[in-house]
Design a protein around this ligand. Sequence first.
Ligand SMILES: [Zn+2]
Length: 291
Amino acid sequence: MDWQGQRESSNVEDRRAAGPAVAAGGGVLTLVAVAIAYFLGVDPRAVKPVIDKIGGRLGDQQQKDRPPPTEDEHYRFSRKVLGSTEEVWDRLFRQNFREEYEQPRMVLFAKSVDSGGCGVAPSEVGPFYCPASKKVFLDPTFFDELEQKLGGDKGDASRAYVVAHEVGHHIQNLIGYNAMLEKYRAREGENGGIRLELQADYLAGVWAHHAAKENPRLFNRADMDSIIKTAQSIGDDRIQKKMRGKAWPESFNHGRADQRQKYFMKGFETGDASKQALDHFFNSNIAPLDL
Ligand SMILES: [Zn+2]
């Protein structure tokens, strides 16, 4: 990606040097609210054993694992990506929803973080957005896992897609789609979550469309390949096959590989952030697995 001339956001907070957050009461990391929008279809309940493992590792060991980061590449990159989403959504919000865009904040953390309203979360849940604090949370070491364990790509464009997807959850929070999730979950079970996740992928594509329009050198061909590789690698079917050897469609909550690719690309091709385009994902005549 060619970020030349990109304004950096001032909404990125780097908490990595602070080390892992510990839940109130001094215990191990606990309490991950269900309302959080995760990047991966990780069930918070499944994370519990991992949390305990991290808890056991807390102590002087933690500081040796990683030197305290300063204003490194991840920090600058995050400021640029977030800055680009701010420019695009500032404008699209006024055009499509006739209101001012309330910019989210983004927090870089190491190992675990207090999300300020969604509990203390460990890195294992992957990048996420907390609607209560209106913040995006990211442990940049996630990108190594994405490439090594999930078969995604940790190139610039992929990382930008991940951030733009979480910003997509923020937009859903502002315009009310988050609030619809419970209703659809009651009717469709886990699959209901696919609506929100595919819409977030679509919103990431819409961002990419407008960012590329403003800066034609931003993405090259390899960048798009990088995004598609990642979007496919985090499809529920791919992740489940990789982790458990088999896929259970009834438990899908983020969408299949083909769906995630399809909607990022649709957003990228159309750039359409109208209510009509966004309502498509909550059309009850289309089942989530048929989107
Ligand atoms: Zn998500």
